[in-house]
Design a protein around this ligand. Structure first.
Ligand code: C5P
Length: 239
């Protein structure tokens, strides 16, 4: 994906809904939104046919399946995602160096073979649902910040395009990596929106000012009485 796109392409709308019907009605209500994130729930419900429908609506797709498996399986899934013309997709950095490197190679090769764009590959470092104690339970000795940094570095070294992280990790990560290493942050709340279960939040303007390349917003837009008005309000705040 072109890194110098307009403002609307920096706002990724999380289609965290359970059916094609609701998803497409939201897409229709958001004509100015360009990128939509499809996660595990919606993809499990509706599968690749929904990806085709988003293409028909001329939208870009962020496929957020957080792949984590043996290198052969992950690279196979990445290759198929290229065929679906996914613009961005996620994989778990903790899947290891070989898994990440094979994913990058598969994306590049499949893009070459099909003439389709190579998707932006984003690594997920530490799930924000895990705290230091829980990391220890699964065998990670480092605290969260150190573990995030370690996995971000591993991702960068393997040629992954960027990472997904909390807005509160932006300062740390922007200091450590070149500017073209992409950062995508969820946990975004405009001042006028309720925080819901997000605890470590920032406004869209703060996150972009601190160096996020893309921000992911779900409920403040998709649950708003008028999703279009909410989206426009965010655009105006950013302009
Ligand atoms: O509704 P809300 O704006 O909180 O949605 C944020 C989106 O970002 C959801 O799809 C959620 O799964 C995702 N996400 C997150 N925190 C992370 C990683 C992903 O909120 N650390």
């Amino acid at each position: 994906m072109n890194k110098k796109l307009g403002l609307a392409s920096k706002i990724i709308i999380a289609l965290d809904v359970g059916t094609r019907k609701i998803a497409l009605s939201l897409v229709k209500k958001l004509p100015e939104a360009e990128v939509f994130k499809i996660g595990l729930k919606l993809f499990t419900a509706e599968g690749p046919s929904l990806l085709r429908e988003l293409h028909t609506a001329e939208k870009k797709i962020f496929l957020d399946l957080k792949l984590h498996d043996i290198p052969n399986t992950v690279s196979g899934a990445v290759e198929i995602a290229v065929r679906h013309e996914v613009a961005m997709m996620t994989l778990h950095a903790s899947g290891g160096k070989e898994m990440l490197a094979r994913a990058v190679k598969a994306a590049t090769q499949a893009a070459k073979d099909t003439g389709r764009p190579r998707p932006v590959l984003l690594a997920v470092t530490v799930l924000t649902s895990l705290k230091d104690d829980q990391l220890k339970e699964i065998g990670f000795q480092a605290d969260t910040a150190a573990q995030v940094l370690k996995l971000a570095r591993l991702s960068w070294e393997t040629g992954v395009d960027g990472i997904v992280c909390s807005p509160l990790e932006l300062d740390l990560l922007r200091r450590e990596f070149p500017r073209d290493f992409l950062i995508v942050t969820p946990g975004i709340r405009p001042l006028w929106a309720a925080a819901q279960d997000q605890k470590r939040i920032m406004t869209p303007a703060q996150a972009l000012a601190k160096g996020a390349d893309y921000i992911v917003i779900g409920r403040p837009v998709i649950k708003a009485p008028s999703p279009q008005k909410a989206f426009r309000k965010i655009m105006q705040e950013l302009a």
